[in-house]
Design a binder for this molecule. Sequence first.
Ligand code: FAD
Length: 500
Amino acid sequence: MSFNSSTYVNFVSAASAAQERLFLQYLGHRSDFDIIIIGSGIGGGVLGDDLAERLGKQKRILVLEAGSFLYPTHVYNVCRFPNASLAKHFGCGTFWQSGNEQSQNYIGEQPQLNFGGRSIFWSGLIPSIQGWELEFFPDRVRQDLQSGLLARAGETMNESRSMGATAQAIVSKLRQSPLAQDFSIQETPRALHQPYLTSEGVPSDQFFTEPTGVFNTAELLINQAGLTPGVNHGDGPGLQLLLNHFVEDVQNADSNRFELVTRNSLTGQIRNFNAGTVVLAGGSIESPKLLRRSSLFPWLPDGVKSLVGRGLTDHPTSNEITTFVTNIGSVPIPKDSHAKIVFYSRGLRDSQNQIRYPFNVEMNINHEYWHLRENDPKERDSGGATSNGNSGASRVDIKFSFGNCLDNTNEVLPAPPFGYVPQVNFRNLKWMDHLAQSRFPAVAGWQKSYDEIWARCTTPPVASACRTGQGMTDPSSRNQLWTRICALSAHSIFMSAICR
Ligand SMILES: Cc1cc2nc3c(=O)[nH]c(=O)nc-3n(C[C@H](O)[C@H](O)[C@H](O)COP(=O)(O)OP(=O)(O)OC[C@H]3O[C@@H](n4cnc5c(N)ncnc54)[C@H](O)[C@@H]3O)c2cc1C
């Protein structure tokens, strides 16, 4: 069996005229490169762009992408549909699992395989990993991130740090509340394309003031390929892009080189490439799948083999709770203002050396207004996602976002012989048992009963709501209750603090 366009349910395999006219794919006959990157998502796209800038005059660099050209930019920039809904329409069946959202083991999302990968669907939020969260990272990775790589990642993605005067006033007000002892309160950084604004949201000159959309690697690579020398014929150095080429196999070749077997998803033809350096950037599920399937897998050390496909994790969040406000303390919140604020837990420990608040909190005010897609002021009260009604109040959404660590029970299992669609084991973190028995102990050192966890996460006004759940034995009810408690406690803790 070999890969074809119907191997993955919902996979798009097409060569559109728009794609052909917008950027030139690799036309050359040479199959040798210095560096080949598999995948054009945030990992592969940012790396390809950076290498082209630093080495593009000397090295031959190829980005191989299995998918097609769907959009030249982020979906936020082209329509008003929420990005998460659009992402689901392009999710591909690259693995299988039994059950549904309520099941104990369920991953809930599927990857998007296309030029730009998930970067054309993501929300562009780039909150910084805090020191206590980095403790779960291997030493070298943690040190590299802390010694400047995290900051460089922000710069690379055009990190924006402020939404202007109202957002700054809210942050300054919240920092005077008791919450500031346990949480570092800041504006949430976002990854934008905003050549006309500084990172502080201030116009860089007096003529242009609009942000130009969410960062994505489709645009990044299109721009770079157009600028790199040698793109016309492809026989010289520079960055080259090739879409609709699914990498089937990575082989050891002679003289410390790797041979890649690719399948053209449009024609079914095989084409081989080789390079001294190959980077697997196919995403957290596709990269381990490819490595497991590859001829070089048996030659990997046993200690490495046993790690491939293991340790998947996610970032569980509670449901959002929505409320409407006209002011936060003395700070007026006009209906046409906006702010996105993150409460980073400081990771402070209690007397038993357990982290008091192993989660961050997001607070969004008029959360749709910063998107280019919502730039029609006449639509503001039309009843859509951005509407605040005619009350004159601003919309505030609050949700918890939990710190997390790698989970070795989560695994992409080997695909059946000659198959491409393996099973994935994944602990569903909406499941209270998993949080209480696995994640909270690992993340915060907690060995707490449900009641103790609820007591920590809730304040007196909502404690009675929690107690109604004590007698529940049905796991799915507990599961739902957990989500509700998160939302209630977010509301209680934060609204009582910010309304002072
Ligand atoms: C709706 C949504 C909202 C999100 N919001 C945020 C957010 O606000 N902040 C945040 O940090 N993260 C967010 N994420 C997650 C984030 O987008 C991803 O973690 C990130 O984009 C993954 O990048 P990647 O390069 O590892 O993988 P991908 O983006 O999946 O890229 C992998 C690429 O490799 C290609 N590929 C795979 N296998 C092969 C093969 N065998 N041969 C050739 N090519 C192959 C794929 O087609 C794909 O283009 C969001 C995701 C979604 C879907």
